[in-house]
Design a protein around this ligand. Structure first.
Ligand code: SAM
Length: 219
């Protein structure tokens, strides 16, 4: 891989970080107000989902709705997903990641998920044959991600058009109502795929003196 190596061991733990068990889970990054997370958990009672949202206001809305609906298989977390993933997740633990309508970062494309060195770390947390669902309303974002999958990450994927009546997230509803083309890539990790983080164990809350404002909702 030609991408520089992510500095995982330098990541400070999110405030009020909680260690999680090493069991098969799904993870949603940038879950917003949690519409997809709540739906997914209702439809998949046998799966556990951790839904991470950095913005406090949105995370609070997700948490509030979760308290009303009460899905036992959902954990909502207010944190930056990057340090949370480094501190919480075990190698090959995750069955499925969801990244639905990420910020397009038009002025800082290096911050797009597949352009970041962190993406290699994320891949190390994915099970073999595990999947990442990446959705966007910006065709150029999807095209750039495809390019990265082919040239940097060497990963197979399927490209799909999202049906006009799909309503998984608040942003998806908004974009489809505006008549925009929404697409997703279903990225699969092949067997024997290797990263430089395959032996990196979760930091589990080391480096706790972070001054960031993230916190975990008590479950
Ligand atoms: C455009 S919104 C989409 C929200 C939701 N997925 C939807 O489709 O309605 C992108 C979300 O990702 C969140 N986000 C961006 N970077 C993040 C990060 N590093 N960790 C956690 N959340 C992040 C933002 O706060 C924002 O709520």
């Amino acid at each position: 891989m030609s991408i520089r190596q992510f500095q995982a061991s330098r990541m400070h733990a999110p405030r009020n970080f909680h260690v999680i068990n090493n069991e098969t889970i799904c993870v949603e990054i940038g879950a917003g107000k949690g519409k997809h997370a709540l739906l997914f958990c209702g439809e998949n009672p046998d799966k556990k989902l951790f839904a991470i949202e950095r913005t406090r206001e949105k995370s609070d809305a997700m948490h509030k709705q979760h308290q009303i609906e009460g899905q036992a298989n959902l954990t909502t977390i207010n944190a930056d997903a990057i340090p949370w993933v480094v501190h919480a997740l075990y190698p090959k633990q995750v069955e499925q990641f969801f990244i639905l309508y990420p910020n397009p970062e038009p002025h800082n494309r290096a911050q797009r998920w597949l352009n970041m060195p962190f993406f290699e770390f994320l891949l190390s947390r994915l099970q073999e044959k595990g999947q990442i669902t990446l959705a966007s309303n910006i065709p150029e974002y999807i095209e750039e991600a495809e390019q990265q999958l082919q040239t940097v990450w060497n990963l197979p994927y399927q490209k799909q058009v999202i049906a006009a009546d799909s309503a998984r997230t608040h942003f998806e509803i908004k974009y489809l109502q505006r008549g925009e083309l929404c697409q997703q890539l279903i990225i699969e990790k092949p067997e024997n795929y290797q990263t430089r983080f395959d032996d990196f164990m979760p930091l589990n809350g080391e480096n706790c003196q972070s001054k960031t404002s993230e916190s975990t909702h008590e479950q």
